[in-house]
Design a protein around this ligand. Structure first.
Ligand SMILES: [Zn+2]
Length: 219
């Protein structure tokens, strides 16, 4: 069966908040994103997010919360190339530390596939004019001997610049060509879930690549 989906417009830049790049993330007068009040410690972790704001209702009461353990036998699956991803490359991107993990919208760890944990996820969040969300996600693996993913090598080259929450830097040119080719040449798991950070809003369309991205952390 051929699944059709709209080509998703890319919303530039990203952070550890699932809302980054959307109209719903609060910004201060100078345009900087406000640092998240939530975190992943024992006293500030996901079980406490509900108490931070009434807007976080779904973090506690939601029925379709992400992330999930992807059971590959059960989950809806779209064949390679049946969903077309299109992410234009960026001359440079603003790379911010929002105080909850590293920015450019990575999470460590989130999705499991058949109960197996992966060291890190990257999320690309898309929002349409009706404020409906779709998230394209990939998990990383850290092979000892392998090529890496150059796009993320250039992102991580700037991590030392943003060690303090609230700081930001500019990355070099970001070439998404290889990432788009990766997404289009492997199958996609799809399900309807939520944002994985407050306000944990549901009815989020998730598209997760079946193939992890290699990241070489030895060099
Ligand atoms: Zn996310």
């Amino acid at each position: 069966m051929k699944v059709t989906a709209p080509i998703l417009p890319f919303i530039a830049s990203a952070t550890a908040s699932c809302l980054h790049g959307t109209s719903l993330l609060p910004r201060s007068a100078d345009g900087l994103v406000e640092i998240n009040s939530f975190n992943y410690t024992n006293t500030g972790g996901p079980l406490t997010w509900y108490g931070l704001s009434e807007k976080n209702f779904a973090c506690s009461k939601g029925k379709h919360q992400s992330p999930i353990d992807i059971v590959t036998e059960d989950i809806d699956y779209a064949a390679a190339n049946s969903i077309r991803f299109n992410v234009p490359s960026a001359d440079n991107a603003k790379f911010e530390n929002l105080g909850s993990g590293l920015a450019f919208h990575f999470h460590t760890p989130e999705y499991r596939i058949n109960e197996e944990y992966y060291p890190m996820d990257v999320h690309f969040v898309f929002e349409n004019s009706d404020k409906a969300f779709a998230v394209v996600g990939l998990v990383f693996e850290l092979p000892y001997f392998s090529n890496s993913t150059p796009l993320f090598d250039s992102v991580f080259a700037h991590i030392d610049d943003i060690a303090t929450p609230g700081t930001y830097t500019k990355t070099d040119h970001l070439d998404f060509t290889a990432l788009v080719a990766h997404l289009n040449s492997h199958g996609i798991y799809r399900y309807t879930g939520s944002l994985t950070t407050p306000p944990c809003s549901e009815k989020v369309a998730w598209f997760l690549s079946t193939e992890p991205l290699p990241l070489n952390v030895q060099s």
